[in-house]
Design a protein around this ligand. Sequence first.
Ligand SMILES: [Fe+2]
Ligand SMILES: [Fe+2]
Length: 287
Amino acid sequence: MAMAQPFPAQSKPVPVQSRPMPAGVDIKPRRMKFAYDGSPDLWAGDNPVFTRFMEGLSMLFPEGERFFVESVRHYKEQIVDPVLQKQVVAFAAQEGMHSAEHHKYNQRAAGPLTEQFEAVAGHLRTPFARRVISPMNRLAVTVALEHFTAIMADELLRNPAYADLMDPEHTKLWLWHAVEETEHKAVAFDVYRAVGGGYPRRAGIMLITSFLFVVAAVRLLGDLLARDGKKLPRGSVPRFLDLAFGRPGFFRKVFPAWLDYFRPGFHPWDHDNADLIAKWKARYADA
Ligand SMILES: [Fe+2]
Ligand SMILES: [Fe+2]
């Protein structure tokens, strides 16, 4: 039996013009090579909490990003704007590569337990989830999580304090992913609007999704630390909490951008951070 829809039925699709991307921004799938041999186990600030937190996030990507692509592709036939059609293809190519690279990365981190950790986000793709979450709600979840990845990417690219604590090869992976998330940050949003997705659903689903995202990230952090089976070194939790909420305060910094999503006229490119993409390209000599 289909679950009752908690949000108003979708409004009739009306042609909505996607907002042009800032000059110089292109959604470009890049094939990258990473070599983690020689990287230390605690590659983020020599801190088990910081390291396992990032690895926990990485565990969410392979299945999560497959879910994003499926949610957007479901509406492929209804997208009439040829620019947006091309962006959807490039978005799917980028996310496909992110899924693959993070899966390899996760295998390095968790070995045979990788699938078990990745199954946390895999809940979104089970037959049960497909039955009870409507395609429009799945798309709204994708739009919400794409905003999450975009605002976290912005802070990671903007503030060198986090990357400075990481092993360079790991930094390369996270910054590459952050740049591509920035390039395609409006694709799911524009598709949602183009197929008639409205504000109440977008805002309501963001609240639910945010709660579940925090639960998933904390659970994975706990599971990864439990797998280590080691007593946490003194000071590692306060140091992580300081990074997250104090100084520089990653989540404190991204909170206003999270809140901005609840503005009825919000669009991801209202926050033009194309300069961060240009800086990354200069650093990594990307064409
Ligand atoms: Fe991604
Ligand atoms: Fe994405």
